[in-house]
Design a protein around this ligand. Structure first.
Ligand SMILES: [Zn+2]
Length: 437
Protein backbone atom coordinates (compact mmCIF):
# COMPACT_ATOMS: atom_id res chain seq x y z
CA UNK A 1 0.00 0.00 0.00
CA UNK A 2 1.21 3.51 -0.73
CA UNK A 3 -1.67 5.14 1.07
CA UNK A 4 -2.95 4.54 4.56
CA UNK A 5 -6.42 5.50 5.79
CA UNK A 6 -7.28 6.14 9.42
CA UNK A 7 -10.72 6.53 10.94
CA UNK A 8 -10.90 9.63 13.15
CA UNK A 9 -14.28 9.38 14.85
CA UNK A 10 -13.52 12.39 17.08
CA UNK A 11 -13.50 14.56 13.94
CA UNK A 12 -17.14 13.87 13.10
CA UNK A 13 -17.83 17.23 14.70
CA UNK A 14 -15.55 19.90 13.37
CA UNK A 15 -13.23 21.60 15.81
CA UNK A 16 -12.62 18.85 18.36
CA UNK A 17 -9.67 17.09 16.72
CA UNK A 18 -6.62 19.18 15.83
CA UNK A 19 -3.92 17.29 14.00
CA UNK A 20 -0.44 18.73 14.55
CA UNK A 21 1.79 16.34 12.73
CA UNK A 22 2.47 12.80 11.55
CA UNK A 23 5.84 11.10 11.57
CA UNK A 24 6.85 7.71 10.19
CA UNK A 25 9.42 5.26 11.59
CA UNK A 26 12.67 7.21 11.45
CA UNK A 27 11.33 10.66 12.28
CA UNK A 28 10.34 11.14 8.69
CA UNK A 29 7.64 13.80 8.49
CA UNK A 30 4.52 12.78 6.56
CA UNK A 31 3.20 15.99 5.13
CA UNK A 32 0.91 14.57 2.48
CA UNK A 33 -2.38 13.87 4.14
CA UNK A 34 -5.97 14.95 3.98
CA UNK A 35 -8.60 14.90 6.70
CA UNK A 36 -12.22 14.84 5.53
CA UNK A 37 -14.60 14.29 8.41
CA UNK A 38 -13.71 10.92 9.91
CA UNK A 39 -11.38 9.90 7.09
CA UNK A 40 -7.65 10.68 7.37
CA UNK A 41 -5.69 9.66 4.27
CA UNK A 42 -1.87 9.58 4.40
CA UNK A 43 0.51 9.16 1.52
CA UNK A 44 3.40 7.01 2.74
CA UNK A 45 7.00 8.06 1.99
CA UNK A 46 7.48 4.63 0.42
CA UNK A 47 5.02 1.89 -0.38
CA UNK A 48 4.55 -0.73 2.33
CA UNK A 49 4.85 -4.37 1.23
CA UNK A 50 2.65 -7.13 2.65
CA UNK A 51 3.85 -8.28 6.06
CA UNK A 52 5.97 -5.18 6.64
CA UNK A 53 5.73 -2.90 9.63
CA UNK A 54 5.46 0.83 9.97
CA UNK A 55 5.40 2.96 13.08
CA UNK A 56 3.38 6.13 12.85
CA UNK A 57 3.43 8.91 15.42
CA UNK A 58 0.49 11.23 15.36
CA UNK A 59 0.43 14.40 17.42
CA UNK A 60 -2.95 15.95 17.99
CA UNK A 61 -5.00 17.89 20.47
CA UNK A 62 -8.51 16.92 21.38
CA UNK A 63 -11.20 19.20 22.67
CA UNK A 64 -13.77 17.14 24.44
CA UNK A 65 -17.32 18.18 23.51
CA UNK A 66 -19.99 18.73 26.15
CA UNK A 67 -22.60 15.99 26.38
CA UNK A 68 -25.60 17.38 24.52
CA UNK A 69 -29.25 17.35 25.50
CA UNK A 70 -31.86 15.24 23.74
CA UNK A 71 -31.14 12.43 21.31
CA UNK A 72 -27.71 13.79 20.44
CA UNK A 73 -26.78 13.17 24.04
CA UNK A 74 -26.33 9.52 23.14
CA UNK A 75 -22.90 10.46 21.77
CA UNK A 76 -21.95 11.25 25.35
CA UNK A 77 -19.51 8.35 25.35
CA UNK A 78 -17.28 10.97 23.78
CA UNK A 79 -18.02 14.03 25.90
CA UNK A 80 -17.99 15.65 29.31
CA UNK A 81 -20.44 16.70 31.98
CA UNK A 82 -19.75 18.47 35.27
CA UNK A 83 -18.74 15.21 36.92
CA UNK A 84 -17.57 12.92 34.12
CA UNK A 85 -15.26 12.78 31.10
CA UNK A 86 -15.91 9.91 28.69
CA UNK A 87 -13.35 8.95 26.08
CA UNK A 88 -14.91 6.54 23.61
CA UNK A 89 -13.77 6.34 19.97
CA UNK A 90 -11.44 9.25 20.65
CA UNK A 91 -8.16 8.42 18.89
CA UNK A 92 -7.40 7.74 15.21
CA UNK A 93 -7.45 4.07 14.26
CA UNK A 94 -6.29 2.38 11.09
CA UNK A 95 -9.41 1.66 9.02
CA UNK A 96 -10.08 -1.94 7.99
CA UNK A 97 -8.70 -2.78 4.58
CA UNK A 98 -11.33 -4.89 2.86
CA UNK A 99 -10.65 -6.13 -0.67
CA UNK A 100 -8.17 -3.33 -1.31
CA UNK A 101 -10.61 -0.68 -0.13
CA UNK A 102 -10.50 1.19 3.18
CA UNK A 103 -13.76 0.97 5.06
CA UNK A 104 -14.57 4.32 6.62
CA UNK A 105 -18.37 4.43 6.61
CA UNK A 106 -19.62 7.99 6.29
CA UNK A 107 -20.99 9.54 9.47
CA UNK A 108 -24.72 9.49 10.10
CA UNK A 109 -26.63 11.10 12.93
CA UNK A 110 -28.07 7.86 14.29
CA UNK A 111 -26.74 4.38 14.96
CA UNK A 112 -23.05 3.61 14.87
CA UNK A 113 -20.67 3.70 11.94
CA UNK A 114 -17.12 3.01 13.10
CA UNK A 115 -15.94 -0.35 11.75
CA UNK A 116 -12.84 -1.60 13.51
CA UNK A 117 -10.44 -4.46 13.04
CA UNK A 118 -9.29 -6.39 16.07
CA UNK A 119 -6.02 -4.96 17.46
CA UNK A 120 -3.79 -4.80 20.52
CA UNK A 121 -3.74 -1.59 22.55
CA UNK A 122 -1.45 -0.22 25.22
CA UNK A 123 -2.21 3.15 26.73
CA UNK A 124 -0.59 5.32 29.36
CA UNK A 125 -2.75 7.88 31.06
CA UNK A 126 -1.61 10.73 33.31
CA UNK A 127 -3.97 13.14 35.00
CA UNK A 128 -2.62 16.59 35.84
CA UNK A 129 -3.97 18.24 38.97
CA UNK A 130 -7.06 16.05 39.23
CA UNK A 131 -9.64 16.74 41.94
CA UNK A 132 -9.07 14.62 45.06
CA UNK A 133 -12.23 12.59 44.53
CA UNK A 134 -11.56 11.36 41.00
CA UNK A 135 -11.73 7.76 39.78
CA UNK A 136 -10.54 6.36 36.44
CA UNK A 137 -12.34 3.46 34.75
CA UNK A 138 -10.54 1.65 31.96
CA UNK A 139 -10.59 -1.85 30.48
CA UNK A 140 -8.13 -4.74 30.35
CA UNK A 141 -5.02 -5.09 32.43
CA UNK A 142 -4.63 -2.00 34.60
CA UNK A 143 -1.34 -1.06 36.26
CA UNK A 144 -0.66 1.95 38.41
CA UNK A 145 2.58 3.54 37.22
CA UNK A 146 2.71 6.33 39.79
CA UNK A 147 0.51 8.98 41.35
CA UNK A 148 -2.33 9.70 38.87
CA UNK A 149 -0.63 7.55 36.25
CA UNK A 150 -1.93 4.31 34.81
CA UNK A 151 -1.23 1.86 32.06
CA UNK A 152 -3.97 -0.12 30.30
CA UNK A 153 -3.23 -3.15 28.14
CA UNK A 154 -6.03 -4.55 26.03
CA UNK A 155 -5.39 -7.27 23.46
CA UNK A 156 -7.62 -8.35 20.59
CA UNK A 157 -9.89 -5.33 21.02
CA UNK A 158 -11.85 -3.03 18.71
CA UNK A 159 -11.20 0.16 20.71
CA UNK A 160 -9.99 1.41 24.08
CA UNK A 161 -12.46 3.58 25.98
CA UNK A 162 -11.94 5.35 29.31
CA UNK A 163 -14.07 7.25 31.76
CA UNK A 164 -12.97 9.64 34.50
CA UNK A 165 -15.46 10.74 37.12
CA UNK A 166 -15.51 13.00 40.14
CA UNK A 167 -17.41 11.40 42.97
CA UNK A 168 -17.46 8.13 41.06
CA UNK A 169 -17.43 4.95 43.21
CA UNK A 170 -16.59 1.36 42.39
CA UNK A 171 -18.14 -1.92 43.46
CA UNK A 172 -16.99 -5.31 42.21
CA UNK A 173 -17.40 -9.05 42.44
CA UNK A 174 -15.89 -12.13 40.90
CA UNK A 175 -18.14 -13.88 38.41
CA UNK A 176 -18.29 -17.70 38.70
CA UNK A 177 -15.82 -17.96 35.77
CA UNK A 178 -13.24 -15.87 37.67
CA UNK A 179 -13.74 -12.62 35.74
CA UNK A 180 -13.55 -9.52 37.92
CA UNK A 181 -16.72 -7.51 37.22
CA UNK A 182 -16.55 -3.84 38.26
CA UNK A 183 -19.30 -1.23 38.26
CA UNK A 184 -18.37 2.47 38.44
CA UNK A 185 -21.33 4.52 39.62
CA UNK A 186 -22.46 7.80 41.12
CA UNK A 187 -24.04 7.14 44.54
CA UNK A 188 -26.32 10.16 44.12
CA UNK A 189 -28.18 8.40 41.27
CA UNK A 190 -29.53 5.67 43.54
CA UNK A 191 -33.22 6.00 44.47
CA UNK A 192 -33.67 6.06 48.29
CA UNK A 193 -32.98 2.67 49.81
CA UNK A 194 -32.02 1.02 46.51
CA UNK A 195 -28.66 -0.08 45.10
CA UNK A 196 -28.85 0.02 41.30
CA UNK A 197 -25.06 -0.44 41.05
CA UNK A 198 -25.44 -3.82 42.73
CA UNK A 199 -28.25 -4.71 40.30
CA UNK A 200 -25.97 -3.83 37.36
CA UNK A 201 -23.11 -5.79 38.94
CA UNK A 202 -25.15 -8.94 39.57
CA UNK A 203 -26.84 -8.94 36.18
CA UNK A 204 -23.52 -8.34 34.37
CA UNK A 205 -21.87 -11.25 36.21
CA UNK A 206 -24.85 -13.53 35.50
CA UNK A 207 -24.99 -12.50 31.84
CA UNK A 208 -21.25 -13.07 31.44
CA UNK A 209 -21.31 -16.73 32.49
CA UNK A 210 -24.60 -17.38 30.65
CA UNK A 211 -23.24 -16.08 27.35
CA UNK A 212 -19.99 -18.00 27.79
CA UNK A 213 -22.10 -21.14 28.16
CA UNK A 214 -24.64 -20.50 25.39
CA UNK A 215 -22.19 -19.13 22.83
CA UNK A 216 -19.33 -21.48 23.87
CA UNK A 217 -16.76 -18.68 23.78
CA UNK A 218 -14.88 -17.26 26.75
CA UNK A 219 -15.03 -13.58 27.57
CA UNK A 220 -11.42 -12.67 26.69
CA UNK A 221 -10.34 -10.40 29.56
CA UNK A 222 -9.76 -10.70 33.29
CA UNK A 223 -11.94 -7.67 33.99
CA UNK A 224 -15.32 -6.49 32.75
CA UNK A 225 -15.99 -2.82 33.49
CA UNK A 226 -19.47 -1.26 33.59
CA UNK A 227 -19.61 2.54 33.88
CA UNK A 228 -22.66 4.61 34.75
CA UNK A 229 -22.59 7.07 31.86
CA UNK A 230 -23.85 10.64 32.11
CA UNK A 231 -25.70 10.19 28.81
CA UNK A 232 -28.78 8.29 27.57
CA UNK A 233 -29.10 4.55 26.91
CA UNK A 234 -25.75 2.77 26.84
CA UNK A 235 -22.78 2.01 24.64
CA UNK A 236 -20.51 -0.93 24.11
CA UNK A 237 -16.73 -0.87 23.99
CA UNK A 238 -14.14 -3.60 24.41
CA UNK A 239 -13.96 -4.77 28.02
CA UNK A 240 -15.84 -1.63 29.13
CA UNK A 241 -19.46 -0.65 28.61
CA UNK A 242 -21.58 2.33 29.55
CA UNK A 243 -25.08 2.08 31.02
CA UNK A 244 -26.97 5.39 31.08
CA UNK A 245 -27.45 7.19 34.41
CA UNK A 246 -31.23 7.37 33.87
CA UNK A 247 -31.44 3.59 34.21
CA UNK A 248 -29.70 3.84 37.61
CA UNK A 249 -31.81 6.82 38.70
CA UNK A 250 -35.20 5.36 37.70
CA UNK A 251 -34.68 1.79 38.92
CA UNK A 252 -37.70 0.54 40.90
CA UNK A 253 -35.92 -2.26 42.72
CA UNK A 254 -37.18 -5.10 40.50
CA UNK A 255 -35.08 -7.18 38.09
CA UNK A 256 -37.46 -6.44 35.21
CA UNK A 257 -36.35 -2.93 34.45
CA UNK A 258 -34.19 -1.00 32.02
CA UNK A 259 -31.01 -1.19 34.10
CA UNK A 260 -31.00 -4.98 33.82
CA UNK A 261 -31.95 -5.09 30.13
CA UNK A 262 -29.39 -2.50 29.05
CA UNK A 263 -26.57 -3.87 31.23
CA UNK A 264 -27.15 -7.35 29.80
CA UNK A 265 -27.40 -5.91 26.27
CA UNK A 266 -24.05 -4.14 26.54
CA UNK A 267 -22.43 -7.24 28.07
CA UNK A 268 -23.74 -9.28 25.11
CA UNK A 269 -21.87 -6.92 22.77
CA UNK A 270 -18.66 -8.47 24.11
CA UNK A 271 -19.59 -11.41 21.86
CA UNK A 272 -21.50 -9.48 19.15
CA UNK A 273 -19.13 -6.57 18.50
CA UNK A 274 -15.89 -7.24 20.37
CA UNK A 275 -15.37 -10.90 19.37
CA UNK A 276 -17.36 -11.00 16.13
CA UNK A 277 -17.01 -7.59 14.56
CA UNK A 278 -19.27 -6.16 11.87
CA UNK A 279 -19.89 -3.04 9.83
CA UNK A 280 -22.52 -1.34 12.01
CA UNK A 281 -23.40 1.27 9.37
CA UNK A 282 -24.30 -1.16 6.60
CA UNK A 283 -25.24 -4.28 8.60
CA UNK A 284 -26.33 -3.00 12.01
CA UNK A 285 -28.56 -6.03 12.71
CA UNK A 286 -25.49 -8.26 12.81
CA UNK A 287 -24.64 -7.08 16.31
CA UNK A 288 -27.77 -5.26 17.50
CA UNK A 289 -30.33 -8.01 16.81
CA UNK A 290 -28.07 -10.55 18.53
CA UNK A 291 -27.36 -8.28 21.52
CA UNK A 292 -31.09 -7.55 21.92
CA UNK A 293 -32.05 -11.20 21.64
CA UNK A 294 -29.34 -11.97 24.22
CA UNK A 295 -31.35 -9.85 26.71
CA UNK A 296 -34.21 -12.30 26.23
CA UNK A 297 -31.87 -15.26 26.71
CA UNK A 298 -30.85 -13.73 30.04
CA UNK A 299 -34.41 -13.20 31.31
CA UNK A 300 -35.45 -16.63 30.09
CA UNK A 301 -32.61 -18.31 32.00
CA UNK A 302 -32.65 -16.39 35.26
CA UNK A 303 -36.24 -15.13 35.51
CA UNK A 304 -38.26 -17.69 33.58
CA UNK A 305 -41.52 -16.12 34.76
CA UNK A 306 -40.50 -12.79 33.21
CA UNK A 307 -39.91 -14.03 29.67
CA UNK A 308 -43.23 -12.66 28.49
CA UNK A 309 -42.66 -9.41 30.33
CA UNK A 310 -39.53 -8.88 28.21
CA UNK A 311 -41.42 -9.32 24.91
CA UNK A 312 -44.16 -6.92 26.05
CA UNK A 313 -41.85 -4.32 27.56
CA UNK A 314 -39.11 -4.36 24.99
CA UNK A 315 -40.74 -5.49 21.73
CA UNK A 316 -44.55 -5.64 21.59
CA UNK A 317 -45.05 -2.19 23.05
CA UNK A 318 -43.14 -0.74 20.08
CA UNK A 319 -43.95 -2.96 17.10
CA UNK A 320 -47.21 -4.47 16.01
CA UNK A 321 -46.76 -4.87 12.26
CA UNK A 322 -44.29 -6.80 10.11
CA UNK A 323 -41.04 -4.90 9.55
CA UNK A 324 -37.66 -5.57 7.96
CA UNK A 325 -34.44 -6.14 9.85
CA UNK A 326 -31.63 -5.63 7.34
CA UNK A 327 -31.66 -1.88 6.69
CA UNK A 328 -28.56 0.29 6.85
CA UNK A 329 -28.35 3.22 9.27
CA UNK A 330 -28.52 5.57 6.28
CA UNK A 331 -32.08 4.47 5.53
CA UNK A 332 -33.30 5.97 8.79
CA UNK A 333 -33.67 9.56 9.89
CA UNK A 334 -35.37 8.76 13.17
CA UNK A 335 -34.13 6.54 15.99
CA UNK A 336 -37.42 4.86 16.91
CA UNK A 337 -38.12 3.08 13.60
CA UNK A 338 -34.42 2.19 13.39
CA UNK A 339 -34.53 0.48 16.78
CA UNK A 340 -37.91 -1.10 16.05
CA UNK A 341 -36.59 -2.70 12.87
CA UNK A 342 -32.97 -3.56 13.52
CA UNK A 343 -33.04 -4.34 17.25
CA UNK A 344 -36.58 -5.45 18.07
CA UNK A 345 -37.77 -7.05 14.85
CA UNK A 346 -34.24 -8.48 14.64
CA UNK A 347 -34.80 -10.23 17.98
CA UNK A 348 -38.14 -11.58 16.70
CA UNK A 349 -36.45 -12.98 13.62
CA UNK A 350 -33.86 -14.78 15.74
CA UNK A 351 -36.60 -16.12 18.02
CA UNK A 352 -38.57 -17.47 15.04
CA UNK A 353 -35.42 -19.07 13.72
CA UNK A 354 -34.76 -20.66 17.11
CA UNK A 355 -38.32 -22.01 17.24
CA UNK A 356 -37.87 -23.55 13.81
CA UNK A 357 -34.40 -25.02 14.36
CA UNK A 358 -34.82 -26.08 17.98
CA UNK A 359 -32.50 -25.00 20.77
CA UNK A 360 -29.64 -27.42 20.05
CA UNK A 361 -29.31 -26.45 16.38
CA UNK A 362 -29.88 -22.74 17.05
CA UNK A 363 -27.07 -22.47 19.60
CA UNK A 364 -24.80 -24.75 17.58
CA UNK A 365 -25.27 -22.27 14.72
CA UNK A 366 -24.33 -19.26 16.84
CA UNK A 367 -21.38 -21.15 18.32
CA UNK A 368 -20.07 -22.11 14.88
CA UNK A 369 -20.47 -18.51 13.72
CA UNK A 370 -18.45 -17.28 16.70
CA UNK A 371 -15.78 -19.89 16.19
CA UNK A 372 -15.32 -18.96 12.53
CA UNK A 373 -15.69 -15.20 12.85
CA UNK A 374 -14.09 -14.30 16.20
CA UNK A 375 -11.64 -11.41 15.73
CA UNK A 376 -12.91 -10.92 12.15
CA UNK A 377 -15.39 -8.57 10.53
CA UNK A 378 -18.43 -10.65 9.66
CA UNK A 379 -20.98 -10.07 6.90
CA UNK A 380 -24.50 -11.50 6.51
CA UNK A 381 -23.29 -14.43 4.34
CA UNK A 382 -20.88 -15.39 7.15
CA UNK A 383 -23.80 -15.59 9.59
CA UNK A 384 -26.36 -17.32 7.38
CA UNK A 385 -23.72 -19.49 5.77
CA UNK A 386 -23.15 -21.25 9.10
CA UNK A 387 -26.56 -22.90 8.80
CA UNK A 388 -26.46 -26.31 7.12
CA UNK A 389 -27.78 -26.24 3.53
CA UNK A 390 -31.07 -27.81 4.62
CA UNK A 391 -31.44 -25.44 7.59
CA UNK A 392 -30.76 -22.54 5.26
CA UNK A 393 -33.36 -23.79 2.78
CA UNK A 394 -35.90 -24.33 5.56
CA UNK A 395 -35.32 -20.81 6.87
CA UNK A 396 -36.39 -19.23 3.54
CA UNK A 397 -39.88 -18.22 4.80
CA UNK A 398 -38.31 -16.54 7.84
CA UNK A 399 -35.78 -14.72 5.69
CA UNK A 400 -38.53 -13.62 3.32
CA UNK A 401 -40.59 -12.35 6.22
CA UNK A 402 -37.78 -10.38 7.86
CA UNK A 403 -35.13 -9.50 5.26
CA UNK A 404 -35.46 -7.20 2.27
CA UNK A 405 -32.64 -9.26 0.71
CA UNK A 406 -33.61 -12.81 1.75
CA UNK A 407 -31.25 -14.57 -0.67
CA UNK A 408 -28.21 -13.94 1.51
CA UNK A 409 -26.16 -16.79 0.03
CA UNK A 410 -25.48 -17.45 -3.66
CA UNK A 411 -28.12 -19.71 -5.19
CA UNK A 412 -26.62 -23.21 -5.58
CA UNK A 413 -27.09 -23.40 -9.35
CA UNK A 414 -26.50 -19.77 -10.25
CA UNK A 415 -23.42 -19.16 -12.41
CA UNK A 416 -22.47 -15.95 -10.59
CA UNK A 417 -22.86 -15.31 -6.88
CA UNK A 418 -26.12 -13.55 -6.08
CA UNK A 419 -24.54 -11.73 -3.19
CA UNK A 420 -20.89 -10.85 -2.84
CA UNK A 421 -19.25 -12.21 0.31
CA UNK A 422 -17.45 -8.97 0.88
CA UNK A 423 -18.23 -5.86 2.79
CA UNK A 424 -19.94 -3.17 0.81
CA UNK A 425 -17.68 -0.19 1.00
CA UNK A 426 -19.29 3.13 1.56
CA UNK A 427 -16.19 5.19 1.71
CA UNK A 428 -17.59 8.34 0.25
CA UNK A 429 -16.71 11.01 2.75
CA UNK A 430 -19.90 12.95 2.06
CA UNK A 431 -20.98 14.34 5.40
CA UNK A 432 -24.58 13.80 6.33
CA UNK A 433 -24.60 15.01 9.88
CA UNK A 434 -25.28 18.44 11.15
CA UNK A 435 -22.30 20.20 12.61
CA UNK A 436 -22.54 21.39 16.14
CA UNK A 437 -20.54 24.27 17.54
ZN1 LIG B 1 -26.47 -2.47 21.16
Amino acid sequence: VSELVLHVESNRQIGYFQLQGIMADDNQVIDQFSLEFTRLTLTLPQALDPGCQLTLRLSYNLRIPPVMDGYEGRWGYWGFTERQINLGHWFPMVAPLVNEGWNVPRPHFLGEQLTADSADFELELSLENPPADVLVAGPGLQRELGPNQWQFTLLGARDLALSVGEGLRQTNKRAPDGTQVEVYYFPSSAPPGLTPAKQALDSAAEALVLFEELFAAQYPYERLVIVEGDFPDGMEFSGLVFVGEAWFRTWRGEPNDWITAITVHEVAHQWWYLLVGNDPANYPYMDEALATYSEYLYFQRYYGELYDWWWDFRVRSFINEPRFVDGTVYQYDNARPYINDVYLTGAKMLHDLRSQLGDAAFFAWLQAYLQHQAYQLATPPALWGMLTPSQYADSAPIRQAFLTAPEVLPLPDSPTPAVSETLTLTDSPTPSMTETP
